[in-house]
Design a protein. Structure first.
Length: 135
């Protein structure tokens, strides 16, 4: 297991501008509700940081959030439940922080993070054999 240091925290980015389809325009934004629930779930977890962001560009499948760490892949999720999935995002952040290969394991991942996966993005310094130009 990898030890998490204060400077190596995993970040959950939650889109606060997200709305659920057909949500009333005068209702509190679902994204903000999800951000608040996620921050509440992370209150006692020094290894996870929650950051509110403006628009993750996944508007048709909101509410949306991403989980990232400098040494891992970044995961983007959509179709999240603003009242239920805050703790799921924190559980996913813990899984990612402890992944020795930088990939969030499927086993143990909350169901909403299995069905709601939109994309995973490699770390900035990622290199793979597929990255080599053919001769």
């Amino acid at each position: 297991m990898i030890e998490i240091e204060a400077t190596d925290r995993t970040t959950v980015l939650v889109c606060v501008t997200c709305r659920i389809p057909n949500e009333a325009s005068d209702a509190p934004r679902s994204g903000m509700l999800l951000a608040n629930a996620t921050a509440d779930a992370a209150r006692d977890d020094a290894g996870v940081r929650v950051q509110r962001v403006q628009c993750l560009g996944n508007c048709s499948r909101g509410p949306s959030a991403a989980i990232r760490n400098e040494r891992t892949w970044t995961y983007v999720f959509g179709g999240l439940d603003p009242l239920r999935d805050g703790p799921a995002l924190i559980a996913g952040a813990r899984l990612l922080a402890n992944a020795s290969d930088g990939l969030m394991p499927w086993r143990g991942r909350p169901e909403s993070l299995k069905r709601g996966l939109i994309a995973r993005v490699p770390p900035v310094d990622f290199r793979d054999d597929a990255d080599v130009e053919p001769a």
